[in-house]
Design a protein around this ligand. Structure first.
Ligand code: GTP
Ligand code: MG
Length: 371
């Protein structure tokens, strides 16, 4: 057992409860009554005070999967598409700009015109280059990825409406980009509007540490309109140029690694959009994400078309999940279904252990308050 009450431990050690209480106080356990629950570690230390040798159960073997280390020198690896995330305040025009870039009309079909999910898609440019765009409504998946030290985004396009300027979510996006060390390109949107005030936007941005080129800084700010198409070519060009400078590369071989961007349920079953970070994802491979896994049944691109494989920097819809994965989780390739099963069981057990420890803490706290 992982836990034992003070009363049961005293009993097991055959110590009178008054003597035991005194001993516990000496050892620094203040205000612990007979119902107080001790964890295995503390119970072991206390037992040693009475000359017992606690039997330590062998540590469970670590069955987890871990990402491979990133090589220091990536210069010889193949190039991958840059991952560009569109951020900005509600209604400032993120989806409209993305639509323009992909020349479809998701914004019009989205429920109420509000982005419900992270859209992820790759655009093939005339130059033969590919850019992967992510549309973000909120930052929760991004926060959870960042907490795990993941830099999913290479470039942030910060959309600021020229008639509204810097707003709370603009500031949040700036903080997010700076914390992640990701360069920003500002798109000053809605330039077609009569009350557009691009200079005010630039001044406001400077107040939050984003210095644009006209104001002596290094950040590009491009006036655009998602409505008329003004500045869209410049925005695309600026993104391509910056990504050429950044020169992102990743191995296309070895174990597949990626991140779960979003999940949904379709007729076909549970699907998750996976953004591949390294390796090449193919049908039949086994992916573990959090406490679930998939034997990849199909891979579809953002247009819903089956694809044979997805390399680094590419988002792809994966189905075949045992349970619904969680957006923001890391996806790692396992070498067999048995392996994936062992890893997810191990992770599940870890989750339950830490939950039990939390429960014990709450019970002890409640009993302390009762006293
Ligand atoms: P959320 O996903 O809800 O955060 O919004 P969003 O930033 O994706 O904004 P969206 O693209 O949905 O645009 C919001 C509204 O602004 C829509 O009614 C668009 O038609 C309008 N809009 C977007 N860009 C422009 C623009 O350049 N000019 C004008 N006049 N309207 C625009
Ligand atoms: Mg949107």
């Amino acid at each position: 057992p992982e836990f034992i009450t003070v009363a049961n431990l005293a009993n097991a050690l055959r110590v009178r409860s008054e003597d035991f209480s005194r001993k516990l106080r000496q050892l620094g356990f203040d205000e612990v009554g007979p119902d107080y629950i001790l964890n295995a570690e503390n119970a072991g230390l206390i037992s040693m005070e009475y000359g017992f040798e606690p039997q330590v159960e062998a540590e469970e073997e670590d069955e987890d999967l871990y990402p491979e280390p990133v090589p220091d020198d990536t210069s010889l690896l193949p190039s991958r598409p840059p991952i560009v995330t569109i951020m900005g305040h509600v209604d400032h025009g993120k989806t409209t700009i993305l639509d323009y870039l992909r020349k479809t009309s998701v914004a019009a079909t989205e429920y109420g015109g509000i982005t419900q999910h992270i859209g992820a898609f790759s655009v093939n440019l005339e130059s033969g280059r590919t850019i992967t765009f992510l549309d973000t409504p909120g930052h929760s998946a991004f926060l959870s990825m960042r907490q795990r030290g993941a830099n999913v985004t290479d470039i942030v396009i910060l959309v600021v409406a020229a008639d509204d300027s810097v707003m709370p979510q603009t500031i949040e996006a700036i903080k997010h980009s700076k914390a992640a060390g990701v360069p920003i390109i500002v798109a000053i949107n809605k330039m077609d509007k009569e009350d557009a005030q691009p200079d005010r936007v630039k001044q406001d941005l400077a107040r939050y540490g984003v210095e644009v080129e006209d104001f002596g800084g290094e950040t590009q700010a491009i006036p655009v309109s998602g409505k008329t198409g003004l500045g869209m070519e410049e925005l695309e060009e600026a993104t391509v140029l910056l990504s050429e400078v950044l020169d992102h590369r990743a191995p296309r071989d070895g174990n597949v690694e990626g991140w779960i961007l979003e999940t949904t349920t379709r007729k076909a079953g549970r699907v998750a959009t996976v953004l591949v970070r390294r390796g090449t994802l193919r049908v039949g491979q086994i992916l573990v994400a959090g406490t679930t896994w998939a034997k990849v049944r199909t891979l579809k691109n953002e247009a819903g078309v089956d694809v044979a494989e997805a390399g680094p920097g590419t988002p792809v819809e994966v189905d075949g999940w045992r349970d619904q994965p969680v957006a923001g989780d890391e996806a790692l390739q396992a070498d067999s279904e048995q392996h994936a099963d062992a890893v997810t069981r191990y992770r599940q057990a870890k989750v339950e252990q830490s939950r039990a420890a939390d429960d014990v803490e709450h019970i002890n706290e409640a009993r302390r308050l009762e006293q």
